[in-house]
Design a protein around this ligand. Structure first.
Ligand code: HPA
Length: 263
């Protein structure tokens, strides 16, 4: 059976070259709703792509309205064992300016009112207290770092991600507080996806793309946050994803599945 890899593209990332020439639209029904995916093939592996914010430019699904449960469950139904998500972020680090790429190592979850768990029922459900000490798959992160080195694409590693509820941007005071806590980048999606993946034993890695200096970190006011043109990064991202997907060992050698068993 072919290996199955999921990709969640967000702001600025289209399916582009990652799906090969014979990409197909498919719909997967889940207990959480139906999900529209693109299915293709890359380097002999089956690739499933979800555009996190939807496919209709006129009706973008905002980060707090994404049906995260349905998306991750759909991948699981298809037999996907590894998911790579792209994450547009604001940067709290001067040395991670707009246009930089990095890998998330940790997150702090400040979302509220989202369904961030598949476990909504009885206390006897197995695996409810999953181990999130290391929320991102270390094998995926290592594969990204060696692909980056080979391709000459610098990647900042072990970034600490602050996940906010959105869709508003943060206040300058919030960003100051997040920086004191150790936050390095801020976004609105990655923590929720990482948690749901861990609950289902799916490996998850997050490629962070710095879009702007976080609120209050640059001269401009929040309303003047300059969004980096993600199109400029797309070529590098496609090259990285292609190399990572080719390099991943068929059998997972990470701890994600063990950590999903819970206590
Ligand atoms: N804050 C939250 N999410 C973001 C930002 C930000 O500054 N930039 C891109 N996504």
């Amino acid at each position: 059976m072919k290996e199955k890899i999921g990709i969640i593209g967000g702001t600025g990332i289209q399916n582009s070259a990652l799906l090969g020439e014979n990409a197909q639209d498919i719909t997967v029904n889940t207990p959480y709703g139906s999900v529209h995916l693109l299915q293709g093939e890359l380097g002999g592996k089956e690739i499933y792509f979800i555009n996190r914010h939807g496919y209709d430019k006129a009706h973008t699904i905002l980060p707090h309205c994404v049906n995260y449960q349905a998306n991750i469950f759909a991948f699981s139904t298809l037999g996907v064992e590894r998911i790579i998500g792209t994450a547009a972020v604001g940067s709290l680090r001067a040395d991670f300016p707009p246009g930089s790429l990095g890998l998330l190592g940790q997150f702090m979850d400040f979302t509220k009112g989202r369904k961030s768990s598949f476990y909504q029922g009885t206390l006897l459900e197995q695996g409810k207290f999953v181990d999130m000490t290391y929320p991102y798959c270390q094998e995926l992160n290592r594969a990204f770092l060696s692909a980056g080195e080979k391709l000459g694409i610098p990647l900042t590693k072990d970034l600490v991600y602050i996940c906010t509820e959105g869709p508003r941007f943060e206040t300058a005071a919030e960003i100051k507080a997040f920086a004191l806590l150790g936050g390095e980048v801020v976004g609105m999606t990655s923590a929720t996806e990482a948690i749901l993946c861990r609950e289902l034993g799916i490996c998850y890695g997050s490629l962070a793309m710095s879009m702007n200096a976080a609120a209050g970190m640059a001269e401009d006011g929040v309303e003047d946050i300059v969004c980096f043109d993600m199109g400029q990064l797309e070529e590098k991202i496609v090259a990285l994803l292609t190399a990572v997907i080719a390099a991943l060992p068929t059998v997972r050698q990470c701890h994600c599945q063990k950590w999903s068993q819970g206590v």
